[in-house]
Design a protein. Sequence first.
Length: 576
Amino acid sequence: MAGFIPEDIVEKIKTDTDILDLIMEYVTLKKAGKDYIGLCPFHREKTPSFTVVPAKDFYYCFGCGASGNAVNFVMRHENLEYPEALRFLAKRTGIRIPEKGSTDSFTGKLYQAIEYALSFYIKNLKNSKAYEYLKSRNINDETIKELCLGYAPPGWDNLFQALNEDKLSPEIFEKAGLLVKSDKRADYYDKFRNRLMFPICSISSRPIGFGGRVLSDDEGPKYLNSPETQIYHKGSVLYGLNWSKNYIRRAGKAVVTEGYFDYIALFQAGIRNIVAVSGTGFTANQASLLARFGNEVVLLYDADSAGMKATFRAVDVLYNFNLEPLIARLPEGSDPDSFIKSNGYDELTRLIDTAPEYLEFVRDSLPDRFVRLPLSRQENIINSLVDTADGIEDDLKHDLFVRKTIETFDLPLTAISKFQKRSKKSKRETTSGLKGRNRFEMTFLGLLISHPEFINESLKVIKAENFGEPLNREIYEKLKFVETENFSVGDFLEQFPENGARRRLTEIVVDEITGAPPEVLFSDYINKFKKFQLSDRLASIRAEIAKAEKDGEAQKTEGLYREYRDLQNEANRKVV
């Protein structure tokens, strides 16, 4: 059993889940030989190092060491425990689980609390102030349903009373940021009251938090977002990405807006490759998310000074994730929502499609040609561009940006000195790779994993203690317990926690062994291992002889010398 899920169902879930299809819901992958590569979803990177190997049903990342099968991927990406990840995949593949009980983790309960609240808010939307407000902004029922909009009714404890009636614990709802513990009474009250509710979802469309727009002046700030929780980190999520990711992938371009209604208005109008930052400045984590699905980002922010400042701050972040920032400028005083209502779909798509890249935008925004501007204004512009260039970490991209800046603004070549990087980041040290016996042990393990038919024969001759490197020894020890006829790399990886042994196993699996036929290689490896065994024993005897001599044990010393000579002669015969 795995969390009250029968083993035959577990196997069916794994078998029916296509790991490539699953991961492509989260990452854009490109074919590379028989494998697929893309940007890792588990750490920020600019050059793809995340690889999916469909033939072996597993993934790995050269950058951060993440690896595993489909279940491991869901566990890590959705922050779920093992049985919950299986249920997630079962729902995705349409497999019914005859469960006998629940083993939900804390994060699983957080998800359930958010899902319960969303259902509650959706039920309360019809015939409410929020529904009237949506209609006044021309939001239709289809969009309301598709984007799961809801309403937190007025009053202090509507949600609290509902979960009490359903006999649910308020503590987890407090942890999920839905209830607040009263200081005056041993009771709770609702965090969101009389607000239009926007669910904030993970990439897989699981609700993880909320944004709420106030509907009266006496209910606090205009917009209120869920607090940070174990499943919701506002700087690591983009509103609407779950609905828009495939449109972004197809377009190769994402349009970034600032608010919920900007997103909703454009989504309803048919512009679907969009996201909203919703209450945060644009972050590196958000750039990393977008880089999985496209290579261009159109910044469509409000046409005011705050919007322009936010635009320029986002540019620096985008450059460092190999994303090309394009800037669509709206007329003074407008935002995407008001613009599309006044000017229509065609005019907004024209603005988006013709959005210039950053340097061209800055140049075209000047009141006159750069060379005609006052010297003080020229200096301010150059200093701003120097700041942007200095924030570009990659040396080549930095130099290309500087060259393009010189050309775009027709600066003298002497200006290049102004763009010298003010701080150089130390490069990550690289290793030259493992050598010697350690490398031999790894390639031997790789042969056994690629050809599990040799595992049982190997176990008869080679013992785990014959491995010199502890991580290799740990992996070999686990081979005792595998079913060689139904061996799965992904399932074998599951037996190792996220530690050094798992990363070592990943390195072993991806390092393909080629050359001689596997039976010849296996024979050669066994012979070499026997030589290692002999060498290890000789080293051990030398240590025993030294100790016996020190302790004055003459008889023991003589016996050890005889054993040492016999083993040396055996080794010499094998060499001959």
